[in-house]
Design a protein around this ligand. Structure first.
Ligand SMILES: Cc1cc2nc3c(=O)[nH]c(=O)nc-3n(C[C@H](O)[C@H](O)[C@H](O)COP(=O)(O)OP(=O)(O)OC[C@H]3O[C@@H](n4cnc5c(N)ncnc54)[C@H](O)[C@@H]3O)c2cc1C
Length: 305
């Protein structure tokens, strides 16, 4: 499937644009599940000003969606109409420590942020070592693990609105809840500042090793997956509900509920996005029938079925 190529008209309307615009760019390679159709337009801004310029000059009726490294995403098989924005590591990937504060661009990988923090003796960000996303995804998802989450360490985040205006959000402005932020979904975060606490380097490294070890033994981290599929309902573990409903190992086409951790869905090789989403919906139905509890997707599903 392909969309009409609107890049010539966008370039004409944005003569000062410096970033890269590509038409009908496949998104499957940009997600962990390795499934899904193309983006009508994929835009990689040169820097924050370029992003703001693009958004200010983009017609209001063109939808915009930002992706990180797609570790929490199902892009549907029909692709995404409109503009998909991906912040590249060159312009948005810095991570710099000063005292107990770490400033990172939102294309920086969480793992790298944990490394930079450790090298500067900043403790408190070790949990990022086990999360395979970017800081942009962490801000949107309030990413967390091993007893820590983004809301515990964020000072403030910068972002650009759909109209190209720039904003700064304090921790309170981010309206963090379990695996989400209440900030308007159109905001594209560009950088963030975090505060940790100066600690002994060996203790920080030991904590990071613990985080890594827990991953290796408990999660199918080398599979094509999207991490935890469903949020834990209050007072329950999603994986236990999935297991109790008899869904461990369940398959739809090339998609399978992980045998290792049954809140993870995996693409065993030739799954479509439709297979994965259908499997997830089947699990939700079975859990509802078995326990009466409704599971809610943590993974974001975007695009045209
Ligand atoms: C093996 C595995 C283990 C995982 N373990 C954990 C875990 O322990 N804890 C946890 O919290 N998550 C976990 N995840 C899920 C995932 O890594 C996190 O949700 C991560 O924060 C997503 O980041 P990303 O860059 O991949 O975002 P994407 O998946 O690309 O996008 C996720 C959401 O963030 C938004 N987004 C991305 N960048 C920006 C930006 N710059 N501005 C605004 N919005 C943005 C997207 O629009 C989308 O809504 C795991 C995933 C995998 C595959």
């Amino acid at each position: 499937m392909s969309f009409p190529d609107i890049t010539p008209s966008l370039k004409a309307a944005m003569p000062e644009l410096r970033g890269r615009l590509l038409a009908n760019q496949s998104l499957a390679e940009l997600t962990w599940f390795r499934v899904g159709g193309p983006a009508q337009v994929l835009f990689t801004p040169a820097d924050e000003d370029d992003l703001a310029y693009f958004l200010a000059h983009l017609a209001g009726d063109i939808p915009v969606y930002v992706v990180g490294v797609g570790s929490n995403l199902i892009v549907r098989d029909g692709g995404i109409a409109g503009a998909v924005i991906r912040l590249g590591p060159r312009a948005f990937g810095d991570a710099i420590a000063s005292g107990d504060v770490l400033t990172a661009g939102t294309a920086a990988l969480d793992k790298r942020v944990a490394e930079v923090a450790a090298s500067a003796n900043i403790g408190g960000l070790e949990f990022y070592f086990g999360i395979p996303g970017t800081i942009g995804g962490a801000l949107r998802m309030n990413a967390g693990a091993n007893g820590g989450e983004t809301k515990d360490v964020l000072i403030e985040a910068r972002g650009v609105g759909r109209d190209g205006a720039k904003y700064v959000f304090s921790n309170a402005d981010m309206k963090f809840v379990y695996r989400n932020s209440g900030v308007d979904p159109s905001i594209i975060f560009t950088s963030a500042r975090f505060r940790g606490a100066i600690r002994d380097a060996d203790a920080i490294r030991a904590r990071m090793a613990e985080v890594q070890n827990h991953r290796e033994t408990a999660q199918p981290i080398r599979e094509k997956t999207g991490g935890s599929t469903f949020k834990n309902p209050p007072g329950h573990s999603a994986w236990k509900l999935v297991d109790a409903a008899g869904c461990r190992g369940l398959r739809v086409g090339g998609a399978q509920v992980s045998e290792m951790h049954c809140n993870f869905l995996i693409n065993t090789g030739d799954a479509t996005a439709h297979d994965i989403e259908t499997l997830g919906e089947t699990v939700r139905e079975r859990v509802k029938a078995n326990s009466g509890i409704e599971l809610h997707w943590e993974i974001k599903r975007i695009g045209i079925p």
